[in-house]
Design a protein around this ligand. Structure first.
Ligand code: BDR
Ligand code: CA
Length: 323
């Protein structure tokens, strides 16, 4: 069983990933921590509460960061054009959802849960990495107690999606991401190199709706805005299931090709938020900011059809189906 804390900014593709984690039989969802990103943290938290209630998810929700770890950074670009003004495809989520939050801030929830389960917790971060960086700042020893960190973010051998250089989760808090990648714990990075190859078409989702329950129908309803965005603005028939792809890595790492090497994030300038790896194999560099940094794992390729099938199977045939 994989014990998981899901750090998220729901978000349409975050919503699919949440349902995947909830339903996958080998995943024990210990908690959900929210962060600003696709919309502000009040809305991402409200969206997590909404999805928990609709989908019968009992894992606690702890509200997280509202801004970048370096408070002098200006707010990043709004992602509402991608996910809708409410973050969930403008389906009409109620303004408030009556579901109590964990009283702790997200970073403290992470620290306490990791310390209560030493060596067992995987942190799956699919938004800005601010909460994780705050947890490390408050309690650096947790680095040695976490099993693995799986991140959706970055663009290594491909162009970005916020600027040509940078992917959204990194661009939204580059300093936080650089802290996560240079900490001596195991990080696996599932970035645009593989998530932009993992496209779920509207037809594929329709088939899932036909064989799934009303949770899958809600997921399909809230995904339509996102699918329209991909069609009109990216020229793709279907949606990139970024955050679910990172979750599939947990249970099917065999579907991914990985490359080891230190990873740094460009902080500032025209390439703000760019992720660059110094691969362990091949050309060697000396006297660079990658020197002495821990080797982390970057996904460079994926068997995307099988990733989509793993998502379908968990959502449609997994646990916790409702009538
Ligand atoms: C990432 O950015 C967000 O918009 C998505 O939820 C995903 O986590 C993709 O770049
Ligand atoms: Ca996300």
């Amino acid at each position: 069983m994989h014990k998981v804390i899901f750090d998220t900014d729901p978000g349409v593709d975050d919503a699919m990933a949440l349902l995947f984690l909830h339903r996958h039989p080998e995943i024990d969802l210990l908690g959900v921590t929210t962060v600003f990103g696709n919309v502000g943290v009040d809305l991402t938290t409200r969206n997590a509460q909404f999805l928990h209630k609709e989908w019968g998810i009992s894992a606690p929700i702890a509200k997280g960061a509202a801004q970048t770890i370096d408070p002098s950074r200006r707010d990043d670009r709004a992602a509402s054009v991608v996910h809708g003004a409410d973050g969930l495809g403008n389906i009409g989520v109620p303004e408030t959802v009556d579901l109590p939050l964990d009283p702790r801030p997200a970073y403290q929830f992470i620290i306490d849960t990791v310390r209560a389960n030493p060596g067992e917790v995987t942190l799956v971060a699919v938004g800005r990495m601010t909460n994780l960086a705050l947890a490390l700042r408050a309690d650096p020893e947790i680095a040695g107690l976490v099993k693995e960190v799986v991140v959706m973010g970055g663009a290594f051998d491909v162009i970005g999606n916020v600027t040509p250089a940078a992917e959204a989760n990194i661009h939204g808090d580059p300093e936080a991401a650089d802290i996560i990648f240079t900490t001596p714990w195991k990080v696996t990075i599932v970035g645009l190199d593989v998530t932009m190859k993992t496209i779920m078409t509207a037809e594929y989702l329709d088939v899932m709706v036909k064989s799934g329950d009303r949770s899958v129908k809600l997921l399909s309803d809230l995904s339509q805005y996102y699918i329209d965005f991909y069609k009109s603005r990216v020229g793709i028939a279907g949606m990139a299931v970024h955050d679910s792809t990172a979750c599939v890595y947990l249970v099917r790492p065999d579907l991914f090709t990985l490359r080891g090497g230190a990873v740094r994030v460009v902080c500032g300038g025209i390439a703000d938020g760019a992720t660059i790896q110094a691969p362990d194999q091949g050309r060697k560099f000396t006297g660079s900011p990658w020197d002495g940094q821990p080797s982390q794992w970057v996904c460079t390729d994926v068997r995307s059809e099988e990733v989509l099938e793993a998502i379908r199977a968990a959502l449609v045939d997994g646990r916790h189906s409702v009538a």
